[in-house]
Design a protein around this ligand. Structure first.
Ligand code: 5GP
Length: 203
């Protein structure tokens, strides 16, 4: 293996607290870059174009699908979401590490294409707690909350093929666990083979 960066794919049903855990990982490990997905949905208050997502029109998204720009893409609640293959290769090629916040269908596509990604699933403490958290967010209608909860129940079953599971019972502990996973993966011998080669050549 080369000096390419590694990537972590983090999935969780909405309401599991994934965004807060992501923020903590990125703050603790500034060498990790966040993969900014493309989406055709409209920005929510406080979301910044180019930082949270690249917000584009459906037509633009469709054109990019046709041009093969996405390494994976999905349609969710009538909106498109996708990861740019070029952007991902560019970051990893620079030797930087990358965090992708994507749902299980897209994560599975990526797992088929790359063998050495790190796949982490974040679970809420319980289904009851998940529903409470969805209701508390306050920016969505009961109908959307119900849809999100049904989808969450479906997505939760995907946990079994992920490499790691983090229960978000307490945000600080969950973030620490994710940071520990990252550091342990960085020390895997096969990821360090180039460095180990250089070490012996200099002896
Ligand atoms: P939201 O609209 O709440 O930001 O995101 C909805 C879901 O889409 C989340 O589960 C999020 O992880 C997922 N998502 C965001 N970007 C991508 C992407 O590029 N690809 C896939 N497959 N899912 C994404």
């Amino acid at each position: 293996m080369s000096d390419q960066g590694l990537f972590i794919v983090l999935s969780a049903p909405s309401g599991a607290g994934k965004s807060s855990i992501c923020r903590r990982l990125l703050a603790a490990c500034p060498e990790i870059e966040f993969s900014v997905s493309y989406t055709s949905r409209k920005p929510r208050p406080n979301e910044i174009n180019g930082k949270d997502y690249h917000f584009i029109s459906r037509e633009d998204f469709q054109r990019r699908i046709d041009q093969g720009e996405f390494i994976e893409w999905i349609e969710n609640y009538g909106h498109f979401y996708g990861t740019s293959g070029k952007a991902m290769h560019e970051v990893l090629g620079r030797g930087k590490d990358l965090l992708l916040d994507i749902e299980p269908r897209g994560a599975k596509e990526i797992k088929k294409k790359f063998e050495d990604g790190i796949f982490v699933f974040v679970l809420p403490p319980s289904l009851d707690e998940l529903l409470k958290r969805l209701e508390k967010r306050g920016h969505e209608s009961p109908e959307v909350i119900k849809k999100r909860f049904t989808q969450a129940e479906r997505e939760l079953k995907e946990v079994m093929w992920y490499d790691y599971t983090v229960f978000n019972e307490d945000l600080e502990t969950a973030a620490k666990q994710l940071i520990a996973i990252y550091h342990a993966e960085k020390c895997k011998t096969n990821r360090l083979s180039s460095k180990i080669d250089r070490f012996f050549k200099l002896c």
